[in-house]
Design a binder for this molecule. Structure first.
Ligand code: HPA
Ligand SMILES: [Zn+2]
Length: 341
């Protein structure tokens, strides 16, 4: 068993990495939930930090989402959004993350009467500070909640337009089954015409057909999760041939019972089949680990070599929205690190 103080963990922390699948609301640790509940006098359903953490025992995606949306209720002002984002960036820096592309869910907050400018303002201020103080570059991705209507997604896009220079792309998250990509075809087309890049969660709990539809109907440039692609061998071949990135989240997949055990995870097989798979933490406060914990979990369970782990890190930059020259610089840094260690 590989531990966080093992030589492999230290080596992984030294490996430059990008994190591309991270819900900022999913970084809200129980300690911060309690601190913010206290600050705003919000009653909580749990008596202690430990009791809340013990509740993080999920059956599936929906059982997680119910707690995740409840936890986000303590975020009330700009300072809260800043504190949450700053804490994540400090933790990511300790893991050797040098670039982040993070999701936020504006509808979770606007539905509670919080202005979208408060949400974006706090997150963006922390990202700018993180770049200056920690050297972490960033992109911000606005996610639409797929259990809500397309009309509500359209209204969210409208509300975000005054902040459009701060937002690189749009995504699609929340309950997947029964909410296919087609439901959001028009709002994604409008986002494209406005110059936003597109990503979507697909093939986490939903079928492989949702991955095809995200590509064909929403014109996405990455798939978030995508692990159920292996139910469709022709799709796997297409993903390999086109180098369509998958932002895979191993600890999330075992916590939400997509796989009963990490040994069953397909990321190693997909990597060896030539897919641009990447390693990410999704909602680290809820799933028991940040990005290095995710690398360690698959290294251990799937017996991945250091060469394979380095390739996963290279692919995190290949899949990123960094300028090509910057991407190539980070990949060269990885090559140099591997040669020197
Ligand atoms: O893993 C996820 N899937 C879908 N929606 C989400 N919202 C936060 N995390 C997730
Ligand atoms: Zn996710």
């Amino acid at each position: 068993m590989t531990t966080p103080d093992s030589p492999l963990a230290a080596w992984l922390r030294g490996l430059p990495k990008a994190e591309l699948h991270l819900h900022i609301e999913g970084t809200l640790e129980p300690e911060m939930v309690f601190a913010l509940a206290d600050k705003h006098r919000v009653p909580l359903a749990y008596a202690s930090v430990d009791a809340l953490r013990r509740a993080y025992d999920f059956d599936d995606l929906q059982s997680f989402l119910d707690l995740y949306y409840a936890g986000a209720d303590v975020l009330r002002d700009e300072v809260d959004f800043h504190a949450m984002t700053a804490a994540y960036l400090r933790r990511a820096a300790a893991d050797g993350v040098v670039h982040v592309e993070i999701f936020f869910d504006p509808q979770t907050h606007t539905a509670r009467g919080i202005d979208i400018g408060t949400v974006i303002g706090g997150i963006h201020r922390a990202l700018v500070e993180g770049e200056r103080e920690l050297g972490i570059s960033h992109r911000l991705i606005l996610c639409f909640l797929r259990h809500l209507s397309e009309a509500e997604a359209e209204a969210t896009l409208d509300a975000a337009l005054p902040y459009r220079t701060l937002i690189a792309g749009v995504g699609l998250d929340s309950s997947e089954r029964g909410h296919p990509p087609q439901k959001f075809a028009r709002v994604f087309a409008r986002a494209a015409s406005l110059g936003f890049k597109r990503v979507a969660h697909a093939g986490e709990e939903g079928p492989a057909a949702y991955i095809r539809d995200a590509i064909d109907v929403l014109d996405v440039c990455r798939i978030d999760h995508g692990v159920r692609c292996d139910e469709d061998p022709a799709l796997v071949a297409q993903l390999a041939a086109t180098r369509m990135p998958l932002t895979v989240c191993p600890l999330s997949n075992t916590k939400l019972k997509v796989y009963a055990q990490m040994q069953q995870h397909n990321i190693g097989r997909l990597l060896r089949a030539g897919l641009c798979v990447t390693v990410n933490s999704d909602d680290p406060a809820y799933f028991g680990g940040y990005v290095v914990d995710n690398y360690l979990a698959i290294a251990d369970a799937l017996s991945l070599s250091r060469a394979e782990l380095a390739q996963l890190a290279r692919q995190s930059f290949e899949a990123s929205w960094l300028d090509d020259a910057v991407r190539q610089q980070w990949i060269a840094r990885i090559d140099a690190y591997v040669a020197a260690t």
